[in-house]
Design a protein around this ligand. Structure first.
Ligand SMILES: NC(=O)C1=CN([C@@H]2O[C@H](COP(=O)(O)OP(=O)(O)OC[C@H]3O[C@@H](n4cnc5c(N)ncnc54)[C@H](O)[C@@H]3O)[C@@H](O)[C@H]2O)C=CC1
Ligand SMILES: C[N+](C)(C)CC(=O)CC(=O)[O-]
Length: 478
């Protein structure tokens, strides 16, 4: 399969898809008739280039190439994935599919970003209907992993399975919507919340800001990590879900919501919402709000990554698919880190906090341990290394979004003792910091020092012999 995607429609959502593909190393061919399309795509891509790599603790694959095409046919030719993100009008989507069908290869998958149409409505009258599925994303597509993957009866299982594999390889979470319905699962849910919000404003009960506060200080945080049902299971206490339903179920029959009624979108209501939203934005531009949103999302998703939970667990799995393997026998320092500084690592001085230098060297030591066989399995089997001493020299500052790498050298591996030297470098090779670290091999059962297992001892000896030929890193600067 060629890693080439066609992006048909490069607005808010098409631009986000483009970034997701390109930053995962896919080449992208774009068609959008808007003369301003390239400028708008550049703005989305700039945000994505800043935020997406911060989710990961290792460098992403090399970026793919972007080609702007003059016709849908040119964009689609040779593409193994075609993503349609034109405006939400059925007639327009049908006209676009007719053009796609003329040039698309039979093995390609055609995904539609539609928020509401069912796949069977989109496929109606289409020549290559079996290739088209709904792949409904969430804004910003380059950060949020959910894709509602909605097939119809016309799609063979093979297409659905392949779509899942490709979406997963892009770090996305394909949620297979087994029965096609208007607005899929998530938008149905969002519409209900949106409708209640409009009523609360219409009836003068709450402002846009008060509604947003009700979400972001409370249940929004819960939903981001456990969703609705698992959260309510816990709310039922030890008696669990059935107890929760028994207690709160009857409320559903009370007139608490206006869920089925739609408020009249009068000019007055629209003006009220517009004015309240302007007040709430307090002069911040859309670009500033996007950046704030992206920084917050990165920080939250990185926190979940640390917990290996929900969206964070997905990032960990994706990261493993492109983490480089290390040859421990080479007589060169090991490139034990190659990454972007994330926003949550910076402090009030506007640079990476000193504690994170320690984290970078700690992560580098983990890579060195893995390279010699003291990996997850070794640790799970009851042995590990504990750091007993580290000396860090802070030489130059570094900032969020900067690329850094670490070169690690094994100085000594004698019995239980392991001594490492790390050099943290900027993208241009400038030395940012050094760390000399002493680790002791331990039993995780007794929590006391012990000799490494024979295979690990052998690997350590091999690396120590290879690194013995290297110059003394303490003499090397810059
Ligand atoms: N904006 C959102 O929050 C979300 C939107 N969607 C869906 O994504 C799709 C696109 O929505 P947005 O990106 O928000 O709209 P948008 O208006 O930002 O972008 C649409 C783009 O399509 C281009 N276009 C128009 N006719 C075209 C044609 N014949 N061929 C190629 N490109 C054409 C336009 O020039 C524009 O750049 C819709 O189906 C929408 O339901 C899905 C998830 C979220
Ligand atoms: C408003 N919307 C229906 C276009 C929203 C979506 O489809 C998903 C999202 O990003 O909220």
């Amino acid at each position: 399969m060629t890693k080439t995607a066609a992006i048909i429609g490069g607005g808010v959502i098409g631009g986000g898809w483009l970034a997701r593909f390109v930053l995962n190393g896919w080449d992208v061919r774009v068609f959008d008739p808007d003369p301003e399309a390239a400028r708008k795509i550049d703005a989305v891509l700039a945000n994505a280039r800043r935020a997406f790599p911060m989710l990961y603790d290792t460098a992403l694959p090399t970026e793919g190439n972007i080609t702007f095409c003059d016709t849908i046919g040119d964009a689609v030719t040779g593409a193994s994935w075609v993503q349609e993100s034109v405006p939400e009008r059925l007639d327009m989507k049908h006209a676009v599919y007719q053009e796609i069908a003329k040039s698309v290869v039979s093995a390609a998958i055609i995904g539609s970003s539609t928020s509401g149409f069912k796949p069977s409505e989109l496929q109606d009258g289409m020549d290559c209907a079996a290739q088209l599925v709904v792949t409904h994303p969430f804004n910003p597509v380059y950060l949020l992993p959910l894709i509602e993957l909605v097939p119809s009866a016309q799609n063979p299982t093979e297409i659905v399975d392949r779509a899942k594999t490709i979406l997963t390889s892009l770090g996305l979470f394909p949620l297979h919507v087994r029965k096609e319905i208007d607005a899929h699962i998530a938008d149905r849910f969002l519409e209900a919340v949106w409708r209640e919000g409009l009523w609360l404003i219409n009836d003068g009960i709450a402002t846009t800001e008060e509604i947003d506060n009700a979400i972001r200080y409370g249940f929004g945080l819960r939903w981001a990590q456990m969703g609705l049902f698992e959260t309510y299971r816990i709310a039922g206490g030890e008696a669990g879900m059935k107890h929760f339903i028994a207690q709160f179920g009857p409320c559903l029959k009370w007139p608490w919501t206006k869920l089925m009624d739609v408020p009249e979108l009068t000019d007055e209501l629209v003006d009220t919402i517009g004015a309240q939203s302007d007040d709430q934005a307090d002069g911040k531009s859309i670009r500033e709000l996007e950046r704030l949103r992206d920084d917050n999302l990165v920080a939250m998703m990185r926190a979940l990554k640390g917990q290996d939970s929900a969206a964070g667990a997905l990032i960990n799995t994706h990261e493993k698919s492109f983490r480089p393997t290390i040859d421990a026998t080479q007589a060169t320092p090991v490139v034990s880190a190659n990454r972007i500084i994330p926003v949550d690592w910076t402090d009030y001085n506007g640079h990476m906090n000193e504690s994170r230098y320690g984290q970078v060297f700690s992560d580098a030591a983990d890579v060195m341990m893995s390279a010699v066989g003291a990996d997850e399995t070794y640790v799970a089997n009851g042995h590990s290394f504990f750091t007993v001493d580290i000396h860090i020299q802070f030489i130059k500052e570094t900032h969020a979004g900067d690329t850094i790498s670490v070169q690690s050298q094994l100085l000594e591996a004698k019995g239980k003792k392991l001594r490492l030297h790390h050099r943290m470098l900027a993208a241009d090779g400038t030395l940012l910091a050094t760390g000399e670290q002493l680790l002791i091999h331990v039993s995780l059962e007794t929590r006391r020092a012990c000799e490494p297992q024979p295979e690990l001892a052998e690997n350590l000896a091999t690396m120590a012999a290879a690194h013995a030929a290297l110059p003394d890193p303490k003499q090397t600067r810059g």
